[in-house]
Unconditional design. Structure first.
Lengths: 114, 108
């Protein structure tokens, strides 16, 4: 049971390049999330998917797109990377248990945009 | 607006001293609050939930609706408590909002 997995672990892009961050979970959770973590800003929600087939914007969606490919997979795409998107990206999944949602996080992807 | 505020970016205390990490929230309904922790080189993980009223690794947090706070406390800090701590609010059915985090450093 791997939990939440993310690929790649590290990536360096040039301004204007595109890439897709992959996330998968094997816990059969309905909800999945993408966050970015920046010093002094904490974790900010980019997009989330409450269930397969739905996606919603979070706090900082500009410059990103997402795809909920199936119940297991939730990808994040940067169409034209900018230096401001240099960050650590975390994927998470959750499911209600005991009336509340507990989030399970992936190991993160460290992205640098030059 | 729904918001979670952690006023301290960094908190440094000596081993054995009490610890209090502050968290205030803004939410119009009945809040569900959490503390998450990220140890060095590890994944972010749940520490405790207010709904469970539990003590984990000696930490407790009490929801104070009057002061809209959910401060994390531990009476005697240990070196292994050094980590990044995030307060979080379940703002809708499945959407979670995190605070900006507090780095706790325990000095020997």
């Amino acid at each position: 049971n791997a939990g939440v997995t993310q690929t790649p672990k590290f990536q360096v892009l040039k301004t204007g390049q595109s890439m897709t961050l992959q996330c998968a979970q094997d816990m059969n959770h309905n909800s999945m999330y993408w966050y970015r973590q920046d010093p002094g800003m904490g974790l900010r929600l980019i997009y989330y998917s409450a269930s397969e087939g739905t996606t919603d914007k979070g706090e900082v969606p500009n410059g990103y797109n997402v795809s909920r490919l199936n119940k297991r997979e939730f990808s994040l795409r940067l169409e034209s990377a900018a230096p401001s998107q240099t960050s650590v990206y975390f994927c998470a999944s959750s499911e209600p248990r005991g009336g509340t949602y507990t989030q399970y996080f992936g190991p993160g992807t460290r992205l640098t945009v030059l | 607006a729904q918001r979670v505020t952690q006023p301290e970016k960094l908190l440094s205390v000596f081993k054995g001293a009490p610890v209090e990490l502050k968290c205030n929230y803004s939410y119009s309904g009945s809040p569900e609050l959490f503390w998450y922790v990220q140890y060095s080189r590890q994944r972010l993980q749940l520490l405790l939930r207010h709904i469970s009223r539990e003590s984990i690794k000696g930490f407790t947090a009490d929801l104070n609706k009057g002061e809209t706070s959910f401060h994390l406390k531990k009476p005697f800090a240990q070196e292994e408590d050094s980590a990044m701590y995030y307060c979080a609010l379940n703002s809708s059915a499945s959407k979670i909002i995190f605070g900006s985090g507090t780095r706790l450093s325990i000095r020997p």
